[in-house]
Ligand binder design. Sequence first.
Ligand code: NAP
Length: 246
Amino acid sequence: MGSLIDRVGIVTGSGRGIGKAIAEAMLHEGAKVVISDMNEELVKQTADELKQKGGQVLGLVCNVTVTESIEKMVETVVNSWGRIDILVNNAGITRDALFMRMTEEQWQAVIDTNLSSAFKVTKPVVKVMSKQREGRIINIASTSGVHGNFGQANYAAAKAGLVGFTKTIALEYASRNITCNAVAPGFIDTAMTQALSQDVVTKILDKVPLGRMGTPDDIAKAVLFFAGPGAYVTGQVLEVNGGLYT
Ligand code: NAP
């Protein structure tokens, strides 16, 4: 308990999976945390669960592809807690298909939810951070965005875009004491990967030198490093992947 006492953090897509684990880890360090997700029931359920563990939690419904929904969330956070110290752009989806079969709809949905969302959410949040002269932005990218991956032209392009976005925001806002870094997870055990067949899982695991899938907590630990007050680091991409580099 302690490194984030009284910091205010927003984690998008934190109703479940990696986002939920990040929110929980931030709460454990003393932050006040916004559970933000599209699904109202999930937001309520997760916010209630984390409140019961003793944290200061605000559950807000927000679709990261819709500007009005984001603005409403940011306004509510500022009205409630007066500041925003940490933003984790975590919400994401996959619509996998080999490029030959990938539809324009699959391409666009993934770009909108994984990449354009970071532009839309960071815009109003960084304004608040700029006034404070302090802030931490952490984007959840992917190993696919750094190395490419079969069946993920849309997803890899979106996550690679997020890496370029991270490095540029880091440059443009360093003078305001705002850092921007990315965590690029490898193969993590969440609903996103539970949809894969056992055969595919076995093939991927064969390529992971540490020999196991990552957990949402593995990603949360890396996010905590970038979110902490003393991190003299910006514009970086940290792959958290058990050594999976292909
Ligand atoms: P997950 O279990 O599917 O959780 C993603 C969350 O994002 C869900 O709660 C989902 O809501 C929410 N979401 C989707 N679209 C949204 C939108 N438009 N607005 C707001 N929330 C939205 O996935 P995860 O594995 O935790 O993934 C979290 C992040 O890690 C993603 O950016 C993903 O690309 C990245 N990542 C994951 C892995 C992995 O192996 N799992 C690897 C590399 C990177 P619903 O429940 O309503 O769909």
